[in-house]
Design a protein around this ligand. Structure first.
Ligand SMILES: Cc1ncc(COP(=O)(O)O)c(C=O)c1O
Length: 526
């Protein structure tokens, strides 16, 4: 790989001319080899005594070849990982406007609570009698989630939003089985404005997914939805607020209609941040909804986890919630494991288990710390401020960018690529140019119902100053895109990032996930 691709604008009068350095570094942005490429065989950061010569009891199963770890000194290891960490853009680095992700500040108080030894050092296989505090915390979190959503039950074990969807849809299937209708109710309706994981979840469970179009306002087309209902419909999976950043105004009509047709109402509640403390989903007729603790309740996410996607359930679905269950026995919270204390379940028929143990304990601690530190009024303020910030961005950009839909939005501001028409600059080019300006791009080309979509979710944790700087940069870029000859600069962006444009399709289709030692060089001819 060419590791010295750095270019800075303006060199030699050519905006895209390369500026190469001897070292490959650019300023204090240091190039970093893979740790295996830094290998010095035999070098080590630790000094262990020679093991005593004992006779192996592994009956020939012992490793005979070197383990293949690179040899590095301690400072080399520290520098390597520090440099890698500095390449990471994170919510702690600056504004992270990635739509649909709710990249908000993770309060340090939550981190401190999660690291308390009483929470951090317990083991899931410890006898439950030794961890009453943890069980109480799980119960308190369940109480908050039920109260905030107005739903009577919650399954806490799902490990992420999509996992919560799986949990919810399996619960619905279990309820249909109990009604003897699982075989005939095979269709799941999914509005085009729903998150992509919704149809994927339904399809992976063997349901037939039927897309319901969005109307001109970016909301579910009610007439098309009603026309699609029938005795074979298991459920609708609707995201609210939806992926266009809009509240589904007809949500109660949707709930009534699906119930009348004998189906269930699954709501994707990953965008709960926009309505927490302001609306209780249970009052909207929802049967089942997952909540991303790693979004609304500020537990850290990105880079693959860990997440947590509890699912709240209506009275109709609560009996089918998966093991383990938290029950109240003589005033005390108790965790009931598979097959245990069935008498406490009041007719419940759990559908089974979703994962080992009770869920993501560290996330539970962080989420509850967030809830308790905000209080119910503070959580309502979160939603208010998140919506205010998104509308501020929308209002400040609407004359230079093109809002996808008229009117105000909820937690995210959505633009289409109309404002780039005739410039030769695409949504992708625009996003890459943001990187040169020090901004992580917004979500691009999603939702699919909007051409060349640019989806900005500022969250409530950004100050007005931070939003003003962001808006000023986007206004500048939008105006630049219309300048004569500016397209080349956009096509070349990012010019200042450690790497330029990568072949993302190739990386996704043929990921190289393992380092392989280079093939030995051919012997020089003698
Ligand atoms: C609306 C919506 N639904 C579902 C998900 C899936 O959640 P996860 O990535 O935790 O599986 C997301 C992800 O952020 C989302 O934004």
């Amino acid at each position: 790989m060419d590791r010295s691709q750095g270019r800075v604008a303006g060199a030699g009068g050519d905006a895209t001319a390369p500026v190469e350095t001897f070292s490959g570094n650019r300023g204090l942005q240091l190039e970093e080899l893979l740790i295996f490429e830094q290998d010095s065989p035999g070098r080590s950061g630790v000094d262990l005594p020679e093991p005593p010569a004992v006779k192996s009891r592994l009956a020939g199963l012992e490793r005979r070849r070197p383990i293949g770890l690179p040899g590095l000194s301690e400072p080399q290891v520290v520098q390597h990982y520090t440099r890698l960490s500095q390449k990471n853009y994170a919510i702690d680095s600056g504004l992270y406007p990635l739509g649909s992700c709710t990249m908000k500040h993770n309060p340090r108080l939550n981190e401190k609570m999660a690291r308390l030894p009483g929470f951090a050092d317990i083991h899931p296989l410890q006898p439950l009698s030794t961890v009453p505090g943890a069980i109480e915390l799980i119960d308190a979190l369940a109480h908050w989630l039920k109260t905030l959503t107005g739903m009577p039950a919650v399954a806490l074990s799902p490990a992420a939003g999509a996992h919560g969807e799986l949990c919810g849809m399996v619960t619905i299937r279990a309820a249909l089985e109990a009604r003897g209708e699982a075989d005939r109710r095979k269709r799941v309706l999914v509005p085009e404005s729903a998150h992509g994981t919704n149809p994927a979840t339904a399809a992976s469970l063997g349901f037939t997914v039927e897309a319901i179009p969005a109307n001109d306002e970016g909301r579910v087309d009610l007439a098309a939805f009603k026309a699609a209902l029938g005795p074979d419909v298991a459920a609708i999976m609707l995201t609210n607020p939806n992926t266009c950043g809009l509240f589904e105004r007809d949500i109660k009509t949707v709930a009534d209609a699906v119930h009348e047709a004998g189906g269930y109402f699954y709501c994707d509640g990953a965008n709960f941040n926009a309505i927490v403390g302001r609306v209780r989903p249970g009052d909207l007729g929802i049967d089942c909804m997952h909540i991303n603790l790693h979004k609304t309740f500020s537990t850290p996410h990105g880079g693959g986890g860990p997440g947590s996607g509890p699912v709240v359930l209506s009275a109709a679905l609560a009996p089918y919630a998966p093991w383990p269950l938290v029950v109240h026995d003589g005033g005390n919270a108790r965790i009931v494991e598979e097959g245990g204390a069935v008498d406490l379940l009041e007719g419940g028929k759990p559908f089974g288990r979703l994962k080992a143990f009770h869920g993501q304990m560290g996330m539970f601690v962080r989420a509850l710390a967030y809830m308790l530190s905000h209080g119910s009024d503070g959580l309502a303020q979160v939603a208010t401020d998140a919506v205010l910030n998104a509308n501020y961005v929308l209002a400040k950009l609407k004359d230079v960018m093109s809002p996808a839909f008229a009117g105000t939005c909820m937690h995210e501001a959505l633009f289409d690529d109309d404002f780039l028409k005739g410039t030769g600059v695409s949504t992708l080019d625009f996003a890459k140019a943001m990187i040169d300006e020090g901004y992580h791009p917004m979500t691009m080309y999603f939702p699919l119902v909007v051409h060349g979509a640019l989806l900005i979710e500022p969250t409530e944790t950004q100050s007005k100053d931070a939003l003003d700087r962001f808006v000023a940069t986007l206004r500048y870029l939008a105006e630049q895109a219309h300048q004569q000859g500016a397209a080349a600069r956009f096509h070349a962006a990012p010019l200042l990032a450690p790497r330029r444009r990568l072949d993302e399709t190739l990386a996704a289709r043929k990921p190289v996930l393992r380092w392989k030692p280079p093939a030995p060089k051919a012997q020089a001819a003698e």
